[in-house]
Design a protein around this ligand. Sequence first.
Ligand code: ZN
Length: 371
Amino acid sequence: MKAHISILFLFFVFTCFAQNHKHTSNGELLYPNIPGYTTLKTDLHQHTVFSDGKVWPTIRVHEALRDGLDVISLTEHLEYQPHATDIPHPDRNRSFELAIAEAKDHDLLIVHGSEITRRAPMGHSNALFIKDANPLLHPKDSVKPFVEAKKQGAFVFWNHPNWSAQSPTGNPNYSQFHKDRVANNELHGIEVINSGYYDKESLELALKENLVIMGTSDIHGLIDWDYTEKGNSRPITLVFAKEKSEKGLKEALFNGRTVAVFNSLFVGKEEFLKPLIKASITIENVHYEGKTQILALTLKNNSSSDLQFLNKMNYSFYGESPLFTVPAKGELVLKVKTLEILKKLDLKLEAIEAFIAPDKNPIIDWEIKVE
Ligand code: ZN
């Protein structure tokens, strides 16, 4: 009995220690690297009590650690501070400073950012990699914040461009203001997914104007309450960087190497989305079943998104719909009727919840050797 208690006690101490140090949850987001690049999981649009959010900045750090993110930015509205009577904070850098202090013992990058907040048609934009938020504050002038952000070397993206409160059609209104910012190299990206809303017309605009494709949570409350408890993961941007550092992230963003992800939805340029989906599936245990010409393959999903595919081969499946799902972090045994014994198979599937353009899904190829 005594031995029993001490083993239990040790177990208790061990689990407490482990929990204190890991900050992960079952919902840790998982996406593979793609050839040549490290995949950084980022959420670059978030709020705290330092603007209109409901939590202290340290909570954002711990939520990010639980989700296994690599990078976050707390992008407080520069001009909108509904809690200012209770929390007076003339220094617009405070939120960043508190987050960076909290994250110092963890492998989480905190990028200094701010949200420039205007009425339509200018709307809201996030400036990342700024050095000092205070000089961006020009409530009466819409151009000056962008000029200052550019001076500080910022990467700037247009937030929820389709927001119906600012654009009643629900489509992005690409105004002269935006055209000028893009022409002046003061605006570089656009959200195609914001807080769970995907916008096809924003993707169309991103591709037409060569704006970097972004997806963000725009969280104001708690990630747990607003996403996890509803069975969702927070929207993120996967950034394909040469190294995991602020410098690596910045280079990758300015060069448009991103894919926006929300649950099983992927939105990005073909050159990044195709290798991402390809790397998300590994194929194991390839063999013909008994004396049949039915080739069995185990598809393993290395990502935290369900991956839905449509068969694009001339071969049919045995006992499976042509439209099927490989569950997140799970696997599926696919049986292909090859009609003869093959030495290799070119598995060809359309990723139907991945968009490389409006209404356009990529077709992914895996060359499989049969041992
Ligand atoms: Zn926002």
